[in-house]
Design a binder for this molecule. Sequence first.
Ligand code: ASP
Ligand code: MG
Length: 465
Amino acid sequence: MKFGGTSVGDGSRIKHVAELAKEYRDSGNEVVLVTSALNGVTDALLKSAKEASETGKTSTIKEFITDLTKQHHQAAQDAITGKKAKKIVEVVTEELDSRLEELEKALIGICYLGELTVRSIDYISSYGERLTAPILCGSLNSLGIKSRSFTGGDAGIITTDDYGNARPLEKSYSLIIERIEPLLKDSIPVITGFIGENEAGIITTLGRGGSDFSASIIGAALKADEIWLWKEVHGILTTDPMIVPEARTIPVISYIEAMELSYFGAKVLHPRTIEPAIKHGIPVRVKNTFDPSSPGTIIVKDLKQSKDIVKAVTVIRNVALINISGAGMVGTIGVAARVFTTLANAGVNIIMISQGSSEANISLVVDGSHLDKAVKGIRAEFKNGIIKDVTQDRNICVVAVVGAGMANTPGVAGRVFGALGKARVNVIIISQGSSQHNISFAVSGDDAAKAVQVLHREFGLDGEN
Ligand code: ASP
Ligand code: MG
């Protein structure tokens, strides 16, 4: 079970987590906990590291450490209650203080050096989880449950050296079994999410939001019956409830569909999160810590082709459209290669691609924040000839309709675009991959909400039809 930042937002939330874990253990399960940092702490750590390297002000660091200390001491006091609380709080506080002291030294070091490497960023940001795990562990102890806390590395997550985006090495799987499995009989181990270490023992991180990934690696290694990701949402929804209040929790979804959804901005899961689970065929459940009795969404390997063709409709905002055109492009080999190489070199993330068979234009949707460098790059690359015109549009959104049931079902695209047409929504660019699990298109930003509402209704996702 992994608990996200909001689920461990403060001491009373942490206590709730410990009680939940105890409840599941008491009903006959073996449980491993993976924890995130207290809500907002990872961001705060990153910000203070950046400030330290830029301003070199040690006084700001002292203030930051004082605040962080208060926050975590308070959390420990609130999370650890009962007869033995005093003793346990003492032990936990001592551990927190020694972590905080290391952190302060590291930040001061960054102040003096005036530089922040990717390796130091990982080291600093690891403290959020490393300050939370001992508190959760203490909270379990205070409920009479044996527990020990581990960093990801201690638990056996050994990664590549890609700081900020490290990947687990295969040997992690056997190390986790060796180190964690023997403890399950009579305790609940608590493991920091988000962090691992490389082969030299240096702390790495698995990328923002990476504690889901940690849980998935650990669950896969231990061949868990299920991997549970506890969040502050009811699971994976049919769409954004801010746009469609009738949006519902999807009870069962397949790995493939969940991956399509994550790519398309559902933000509940990052696709890489479930990779280890997929490889080992382990179901992943997304549950709400604020409503533990509701079943959430379970993500499974195979789904009998269900009657719902479309599972969800998602929208991606903060994207921009680029249209590249020129008669010289027709039949000229290598134009697309040059466009994409240029964009890659400029560090542009491409979200959608479309070229019609006339070959006279290529349309792309990119991250909104990458638009300027994308356009600048393309103009420079093609300054003499072939491409005549590069236009851009920030006022667009991508909408994606997702569902494995769409594959080989004729008429789905017809229904999608028919419904949009009836609602007078203009479609700007369209893309469907040959997996047929996803139809994506872009519309004007002003039409995005309407497009989502229309499609949500068309495919009966609000439970009508
Ligand atoms: N604490 C890390 C972050 O905020 C990892 C996580 O929460 O999953 O990105
Ligand atoms: Mg977090």
